[in-house]
Ligand binder design. Structure first.
Ligand code: HEC
Length: 215
């Protein structure tokens, strides 16, 4: 009995001693037990560590030139200033109502301030006199007749005093905004709307097709 008691006491003391020697005071230096060392100490190169296998010594790599992220559009191959290519550019995107509505939401975020909620070029930034250049009036004859490729190029590269939106809007979003403009134009004397699908379920976009192939 005495013997058992002293063994228990000794082991208790020993464990208290062990704990206090590792974590003394407020400093907690002991990381605790590691059950999966391979996870704690990765065998792979971590993203921001140096890497002797590449000439530039970096572990994080940029995608191989020409690669397209899953769900993203094929490149448009436009060259800035090549207006003939702008005019010829078209898209196979066809949007359902919800997607066009989203285009309208994006329009109000990025374009309405200049081009106006009514798309007539009378956005608050212009009417307040703070922005000198008259934004395009999408309900005017010139812009009613403007092709979607030319519009796309304006979004991608900007146009005179208007900045580019390629960093704010991805390819699909750019076409969505254009679809919204074209939809409104079609109701205001423009050509019949051609970027829509008849029902929500028929919506097929390039992106969806790519995903379907990959799955
Ligand atoms: C800061 C004001 C401003 C914003 C924001 C703006 N634009 Fe413009 N936009 C202009 C001005 C000014 C012009 C006229 C440029 C010219 O012809 O000199 C223009 C022209 C255009 C044109 C005609 C391009 C051409 O080739 O003549 C299109 C299309 C267009 N904008 C679309 C958009 C869309 C879509 C957005 C939102 C993603 C947008 N703009 C945001 C000011 C703006």
């Amino acid at each position: 009995m005495n013997k058992t008691r002293s063994i228990v006491l000794a082991s208790l003391l020993a464990s208290v001693g062990l704990m206090s020697s590792c974590n003394s005071g407020n400093m907690r230096r002991n990381p605790g037990k590691i059950y999966a060392p391979d996870m704690t100490y990765s065998r792979a190169y971590d993203a921001y560590t140096s890497n002797p296998n590449f000439a530039d010594g970096q572990t994080s790599r940029v995608p191989i030139k020409g690669s397209i992220a899953l769900g993203h559009d094929l490149p448009d191959h436009l060259v800035e200033g090549d207006t003939n290519a702008y005019k010829a550019l078209t898209t196979s995107y066809r949007f359902n109502e919800a997607e066009i509505k989203e285009g309208g939401r994006l329009y109000m975020i990025y374009c309405g301030i200049c081009h106006g909620a009514e798309l007539d070029g009378n956005g608050p930034l212009y009417t307040s006199g703070k922005f000198a250049a008259m934004p395009a009036n999408f309900k005017g004859e010139k812009y009613l007749a403007m092709g979607i490729g030319t519009m796309y190029a304006a979004l991608k590269y900007g146009k005179n005093l208007m900045g580019a939106y390629s960093s704010q809007l991805n390819v699909k979003q750019r076409w969505q905004v254009i679809a919204y403009i074209k939809k409104v134009q079609s109701e205001n004397g423009g050509a019949p709307f051609a970027l829509g699908v008849s029902t929500a379920t028929e919506a097929t976009t390039l992106a969806d097709t790519t995903q379907a192939v990959q799955h």
